[in-house]
Design a protein around this ligand. Structure first.
Ligand SMILES: Nc1nc2c(ncn2[C@@H]2O[C@H](COP(=O)(O)OP(=O)(O)OP(=O)(O)O)[C@@H](O)[C@H]2O)c(=O)[nH]1
Ligand SMILES: [Mg+2]
Length: 323
């Protein structure tokens, strides 16, 4: 999505590029001056129209529209900027492209009836001036969209089509160990907006299917009351990711947090995220008894297969259509 958008040019850059390209247009093979100049101006207008309209329309196409923007990204974009402004800026680019088209057609038509070279040149100056001012008026929008693009490029790229699990639980319960135990390569790290934290995205392939697993250290690992509003809203954006939550409980002898506080966090995540949650007891190799539905050890591998099979079973139905 946003990663495919090139740097957004500013007004002056668009104008400079288009004008400089048009200045290279020449019509040398016309013996009659009036005919030659007329043709040359017409070609220049077409050239400017072509490059500016093409660029503006390309940008409108590259930026996801409000409707196609995935709710997760829409939510984060809205937290950082103003979503209404986003819509307005995109439609302004589109409208300006149409205005340039109309204006170009109109000027090319007028040009046909002008017999004098001086008048033709006047028309061309008028044309250049008007196009420069139309594009100049877009500068704040272009700058705004450029900032949206730069911000969204930093937002974690989460595959919306892969079945997704989000690992949560208090600090030090074994989230990272579990992630690296079940996923293949080193996880991808992405900064999470409005927090000082990063999320880790790993993948596993089972029966030809790719499953995405996200580790959220520092993000879904403590009470929401400890967050500032911005951070809280950014965390709530995760709600929009179609996913199942794996909550790790550490009931081991090493555990830093008591069962009650872990339970409280579990309930809170359930209330805020409103998603299916799987209770998993971690560090089973150093725990006394089994207290949760699943008990695993990332160190010895105990219970991992059983949990994985259950996870895959849960997401099986979702992709029947895809085969
Ligand atoms: N014995 C044992 N130790 C484990 C197991 N899983 C993790 N640990 C240890 O527990 C500690 C914390 O593990 P991490 O995987 O870093 O836990 P985490 O939840 O990712 O921690 P934060 O990212 O800091 O919230 C490390 O010292 C691990 O070696 C396990 O299954 N058995
Ligand atoms: Mg960790």
């Amino acid at each position: 999505m946003f990663t495919r958008i090139p740097t957004v040019l500013r007004s002056q850059e668009i104008i400079d590029k288009a004008f400089s390209k048009a200045s290279k247009v020449e019509e040398p093979y016309q013996p009659r001056k009036e005919v030659r100049i007329r043709k040359e101006i017409q070609d220049r207008i077409s050239s400017i129209e072509g490059s500016t309209v093409f660029y503006l329309r390309k940008m409108v196409k590259k930026f996801p529209s409000n409707d196609t923007l995935h709710p997760f990204y829409r939510n984060l974009l809205d937290l950082m900027f103003d979503l209404d402004q986003y819509k307005i800026s995109l439609s302004k680019l589109d409208r300006t492209a149409s205005k340039i088209e109309e204006f170009s057609t109109q000027k090319i038509r007028q040009l046909k009836y002008i017999p004098v070279v001086a008048e033709m040149n006047k028309l061309m100056r008028e044309y250049y001036g008007r196009v420069a001012s139309l594009i100049g008026d877009l500068d704040t929008d272009l700058s705004f969209l450029g900032r949206c693009r730069d911000f969204m490029k930093l937002v974690p790229q989460i595959e919306q089509d892969d079945p997704t699990f989000i690992i949560t639980g208090m600090p030090n319960v074994g989230k990272s160990s579990f992630l690296s135990r079940i996923t293949t390569a080193t996880p991808r790290i992405a900064a999470y907006p409005f927090t000082t934290q990063s999320i880790y995205i790993g993948y596993l392939d089972r029966e030809g299917r790719r499953v995405q697993v996200i580790d959220t250290p520092g993000i879904l690992d403590r009470p929401m009351a400890d967050r500032n509003t911005m951070e809280l809203n950014a965390i709530l954006a995760l709600k929009h990711i179609d996913s199942i939550i794996i909550f790790l409980f550490d009931h081991s002898l090493e555990s830093i947090y008591d069962s009650e506080s872990q339970e409280r966090l579990f309930n809170e995540i359930q209330e805020t995220m409103k998603k299916k949650m799987i209770r998993v007891q971690s560090k089973f190799d150093i725990s006394d008894d089994k207290k949760e539905t699943f008990a695993i050890s990332a160190t010895t591998g105990t219970g991992i297969d059983e949990l994985l099979n259950y996870m895959l079973e849960l997401v099986k139905g979702g992709s029947d259509a895809a085969g």
